[in-house]
Design a protein around this ligand. Structure first.
Ligand code: GLU
Length: 449
């Protein structure tokens, strides 16, 4: 391997041994872009790679909040502004007890290249807290969000850093965060957050964008194989916002989602998650804060498999939509044994590197990487920023058309980038290379800092 590349990866492994998720994404991205590094020996002199793996700024802050009994609790808040070479830092906030700097850094690093791939002017950042929203009342969520914003507001702004949602942060939380920002600043700067409600600057289609975009990407892959989407069965994990939109778009295009999963296990619905009642119930399950997918099986009378993952079922397409490292090597082996052809990542880094490299090696298997597949979410966030700065509100059709177009471009850029470097039809390497090249060029042109 390229000696400079190896030294950077070794450096990250040593320095961040206590942040395995970050090490994992750095290894995956940087090994993919080796042909680009080989073609640009000047990057070593500029120490470009060591600069890329070091966030530009990292903020950590205390968030103290009061529960409904009047007791106080203290959590840690984070906002890491990873790379601003292409535009204001952009990326979600994750509220989940597993959050620590290694999670924020892996998400932030991925976000830089994902955002670059969208072709829109956004840098990469990520934030969140180890706060656990499960079982919290609405008033507790509001007080937490207000306290979080009391610290965060100093670091963000429509031209500085524009947070959005991620796991545990949806429209409700963005509303409370925005309300507090507006109160603190005394001005209506709605371009400071995306994923807002429609009444105060939110974009139509933003709630659907990640899931719809993922299915549009899947359609591009299937078109390449001359294989129709109609009639396909799809197994997915998760039952949140992204899964909900995947179910809706897949149904609309004649495919059938047969599994959903949660921390408690997975459900198998042979009829498909494909009616308005089922879509609405997913929203209800999420809003309940129970974080249990068993509720779906109880309601619709299908099978529930406690403590299990859906990756052993037979389906034409697998789309992990839940969280990182959901698919490990034994699951990947099971998928191959079941003759799977389409493995489409949706959640951020849902596959361990071991499982990912194994799947990519299988002849006839098509692997699509999350940073391309799920980029529709942040892309529509960037469209929301455009609408806010122009004081406009586009129709759902306008936004959806742009989303489709962006997903097509992301797919095509990835295909072209892999082909340019002699890697064949490799969507994973292609996405990494295309995303990386733009960031690298912008950083070189902006000088060393
Ligand atoms: N959290 C989402 C992601 O992983 C969306 C970020 C955004 O819209 O800024 O890309």
């Amino acid at each position: 391997m390229n000696a400079y590349l190896t030294s950077v990866i070794d450096n990250v492994k040593k320095k961040y041994a206590n942040q395995p998720e970050f090490v994992q994404t750095v290894e995956e991205v940087l090994t993919s872009v080796e042909p680009v590094i080989n073609a640009h020996p000047e990057y070593e002199k500029l120490d470009l790679l060591n600069r890329m793996v070091e966030p530009e700024r990292q903020f950590t802050f205390r968030v103290c909040w009061m529960d409904d009994q009047g007791n106080y609790h203290t959590n840690t808040g984070y906002r890491f502004q990873f790379n601003g070479a292409l535009g204001p830092y952009k990326g979600g906030l994750r509220f989940h007890p597993s959050v620590y700097p290694g999670i924020i850094k892996f998400l932030g690093f991925e976000q830089v290249f994902k955002n670059s791939l969208t072709g829109l002017p956004i840098g990469g950042g990520k934030g969140g807290s180890d706060f656990d929203p499960r079982g919290k009342s609405d008033a507790e969520i509001m007080r937490f969000c207000q306290s979080f914003m009391n610290a965060l507001y100093r670091y963000i702004g429509p031209d500085i850093d524009v947070p959005a949602g991620d796991i545990g942060v949806g429209g409700r939380e963005i509303g409370y965060l925005f309300g507090q920002y507006r109160r603190l600043k005394g001005s209506f700067e709605n371009g400071v957050l995306t994923g807002k409600g429609e009444t105060y600057g939110g974009s139509l289609i933003r709630p659907e964008a990640t899931g719809f975009g993922a299915v549009y990407y899947l359609t591009e892959v299937l078109n390449h194989e001359n294989d129709p989407i109609a009639g396909k069965t799809i197994a997915i994990s998760g039952f949140g916002n992204v899964s909900w939109a995947v179910c809706r778009k897949a149904t609309e295009l004649g495919a059938k989602v047969v599994t959903l999963s949660g921390p408690d296990g997975y459900i198998y619905d042979p009829d498909g998650v494909n009616t308005q009642e089922k879509f609405d119930y997913m929203v209800e399950m999420r809003a309940s804060g129970r974080d249990k997918v068993q509720d779906y099986a109880d309601k619709f009378g299908c099978q529930f498999f406690p403590g299990e993952k859906p990756w052993g079922v037979k389906a034409d397409v697998m789309m992990p939509c839940a969280t990182q490292n959901d698919v490990t090597l034994p699951w990947a082996e099971k998928m191959v044994a079941n003759g799977l052809k389409y493995y489409i990542e949706v959640a951020n880094m849902p596959t361990t590197n071991e499982a990912l490299f194994y799947l990519m090696k299988q002849p006839g298997m098509i692997v699509a990487p999350s940073k391309a597949v799920n980029a529709g979410g942040v892309a529509v966030s960037a469209l929301e920023m455009s609408q806010n700065s122009e004081r406009l509100h586009w129709t759902a059709e306008e936004v959806d058309q742009q989303l489709k177009h962006i997903m097509h471009n992301i797919y095509q850029m990835s295909v072209d980038a892999a082909a340019e470097y002699g890697l064949g039809y490799n969507l994973v390497a292609g996405a990494n290379i295309a995303g990386f090249k733009k960031v690298a060029t912008a950083m070189v042109e902006q000088g060393v800092f």
